[in-house]
Design a protein around this ligand. Structure first.
Ligand SMILES: *[C@@H]1O[C@H](CO)[C@@H](O)[C@H](O)[C@H]1NC(C)=O
Ligand SMILES: *[C@@H]1O[C@H](CO)[C@@H](O)[C@H](O)[C@H]1NC(C)=O
Ligand SMILES: *[C@@H]1O[C@H](CO)[C@@H](O)[C@H](O)[C@H]1NC(C)=O
Ligand SMILES: *[C@@H]1O[C@H](CO)[C@@H](O)[C@H](O)[C@H]1NC(C)=O
Length: 348
């Protein structure tokens, strides 16, 4: 908690109804407070702004006035929201957490926010979502999940949000396919407005389409496999010496549970072969949305030369990326350094 201190910076910022000023019970350095001037202190509505101050964690709720109605923690470096992170802020109506590094939201993170109406979680790194994240937000009417890293959402996710009216969820990897059908119908039946700016990124023929303008029939899963992310590193032909070590890493979007990664070498399936120093690492799922698999070629010999292919298989079809390895028997001698100095500079 490096950003905590014992001062609240006074900022005089006159607005029509309220002014920013010292907030005696807020003991957080570099946060600003605004209270409505007219009301007696005990009934003042307080707005707290801690924007762009390198916070790596949320503030303990006990550090904030319990009359806080708006809390702005945007543009910080918060990575995790723990269960009950805001417990006690029963008057809070607006919570802005946009532009942080949030990747994990624990079940119950927003417990106790009985009056919360707007929650902005946009531009974070949330890939895993669960209904339990939103437990207790029975008044929430507007939720912004745009700019996170998930590719799909289910309607069940919003089970606890019985007052939800507006939802935003555009991401760079949003896949508008049959998996979003449930959400589409749920939004229709419950009069939830999906915000403009919630654009499909995939499949390619729907790229840039507004989700709320789609027809149900457009959300299909019968097209060719179109992955938001699929890469093999290194991607270019590699020249390696005998005895070298070279890791190959393959990453693909995890669109559904049928997606799997496999390796082929010169057309044959690859498994770990210790005697040949080929190690296939376990496939890992990151943030519920990316699969990675790694092959480590250590102590390289000529047997590993040729094409290396990472294959994605799924119920919707397969796709692959290939790179080539050329093994050089003996290290070539290096050229001696050549140095040229002239009026244009010094070159090596
Ligand atoms: C806020 O805290 C004060 C005492 O610190 C208490 O009297 C009051 O009931 C609390 N208000 C709310 C809304 O919890
Ligand atoms: C929080 O602060 C940012 C940066 O000043 C601003 O853009 C945003 O509108 C504020 N959020 C709320 C809910 O007022
Ligand atoms: C969060 O923590 C509280 C107690 O601190 C516990 O009762 C509750 O079950 C937890 N919530 C979730 C959803 O795990
Ligand atoms: C949702 O968040 C995105 C990214 O921060 C922003 O561009 C958009 O205006 C927000 N939408 C609403 C209605 O707040």
């Amino acid at each position: 908690m490096g950003a905590l201190g014992f001062l609240c910076v006074t900022v005089l910022l006159l607005e029509s109804a309220r002014s920013y000023r010292t907030c005696p019970d807020l003991i957080v350095e570099s946060c600003r407070c605004a209270a409505e001037r007219s009301a007696p202190r005990s009934r003042q509505r307080v707005r707290v702004v801690c924007v762009d101050v390198e916070l790596t964690d949320t503030l303990p709720p006990s550090f904030l006035p319990n009359r806080t109605v708006s809390l702005n923690l945007s543009n910080n470096k918060i990575a995790l929201l723990r269960n009950s992170s805001f417990y006690g802020l029963a008057a809070l109506e607006k919570l802005d957490l946009r532009n942080n590094l949030i990747s994990t939201v624990e079940p119950g993170a927003f417990r106790g926010l009985l009056a919360l109406r707007r929650l902005d979680l946009s531009n974070n790194r949330i890939g895993c979502l669960s209904p339990e994240m939103f437990v207790g937000l029975s008044r929430l009417s507007k939720l912004n999940l745009s700019g996170n890293i998930f590719s799909t959402l289910t309607a069940q996710l919003f089970t606890h949000l019985s007052a939800l009216k507006y939802l935003h969820f555009g991401t760079e990897t949003l896949v508008c396919d049959c998996q979003l059908r449930g959400l589409f119908l749920w939004a229709q039946h419950n009069s939830i407005r999906v915000g403009t700016g919630t654009l499909c990124a995939f499949p390619t023929h729907l790229h840039g389409s507004e989700f709320h303008r789609l027809q149900e029939q457009q959300l299909r899963c019968d097209g060719p496999l179109d992955l938001p992310l699929f890469q093999l590193i290194p991607s270019q032909r590699q020249l390696v010496f005998r005895g070298d070590r070279l890791p190959l890493q393959c990453t693909a979007s995890y669109l559904d549970s049928s997606v799997e990664l496999r390796w082929h070498h010169n057309g044959h399936p690859v498994a770990t072969q210790e005697d040949m120093s080929i190690f296939v690492e376990e496939t890992l799922l990151h943030d519920c949305c990316l699969l990675t698999s790694e092959v480590i070629l250590s102590n390289i010999n000529t047997v590993i030369a040729g094409s290396w292919e990472c294959l994605v298989t799924s119920s919707r079809g397969n796709t692959s990326r290939i790179m080539e390895i050329v093994v050089v028997e003996t290290p070539a001698t290096y050229c001696p350094a050549d140095r040229v100095s002239n009026n244009k500079g010094d070159y090596r």
